[in-house]
Design a protein around this ligand. Structure first.
Ligand code: TMP
Length: 210
């Protein structure tokens, strides 16, 4: 595979959408052909799963059901979008990937990480991001930003302790794989956040041509 997979992660209100818009502009200007997709979502079945898991009406969803749905969407995305794009040598920017399952279902919901690792093997066929941009922000700050959007989905409606565990799990994953992650302080102004992300991506690109 010649393409590169970049993933974007962070808690609620960390500024993923703003960063994504900035990155789209950057890539358009620099002439890099990038495939944009998201999780859960990115395929017809994945988008249907997204609507289901984020629907506040699905109150009784078991943690295991939620986990399996995330991986069901992921298996389809890997086969229909990610692998074909990477095989064709394209760069892919994916808004969330497997790290989110470890953080939200593992950390947040307390599902055994061993099960998540097994599903990862099945669904991703060993596909790993080349670079993961993690927008890190204290939970209270993210909460304050997200509340301005209004209309919390089923997961956004979780309590602060859930999001503390999500954040701690992301940070633990950075400790375990520091070379894959670029952690960005999301409390910084949006242009600084964008600069940090662009620097990490350009370093990856420079490595390609070196
Ligand atoms: P977002 O990408 O718009 O932030 O919304 C996706 C939500 O789904 C977000 O709350 C994180 C959650 N999620 C999981 O819980 N597990 C996963 O594996 C993924 C990809 C997302």
């Amino acid at each position: 595979m010649k393409g590169r997979l970049i993933t974007l992660e962070g808690g609620e209100g960390a500024g993923k959408s703003t960063l994504l818009a900035g990155l789209r502009e950057h890539f358009a200007r620099s002439g890099l052909d990038v495939v944009y997709t998201r999780e859960p979502g990115g395929t017809p079945v994945g988008e249907a799963v997204r609507a289901l898991v984020l629907d506040p009406a699905q109150r009784g969803l078991a943690a295991e059901t939620e986990l399996l749905l995330m991986f069901a969407a992921r298996a389809q995305l890997v086969r229909d979008v990610l692998r074909p794009a990477l095989v064709a040598g394209r760069w892919v920017l994916c808004d969330r990937f497997t790290d989110a399952s470890y953080a939200y279902q593992g950390g947040g919901r307390g599902v055994d990480m061993v099960h998540i690792a097994e599903l990862e093997r099945l669904a991703t066929e060993g596909l790993k991001p080349d670079l993961t941009l993690l927008l890190d922000l204290p939970v209270a700050d993210g909460r304050a930003r997200a509340s301005q959007r209004g209309g919390a989905d089923r997961i956004e409606a979780e309590r602060d302790d859930f999001f503390e565990r999500v954040r701690a799990t992301y940070r633990a994953r950075v400790q375990a794989e520091p070379r894959r992650f670029c952690v960005i302080d999301a409390s910084r102004p949006a242009d600084e956040v964008l600069r940090g992300a662009v620097a990490a991506i350009e370093a990856l690109r420079a490595g390609e041509t070196a």
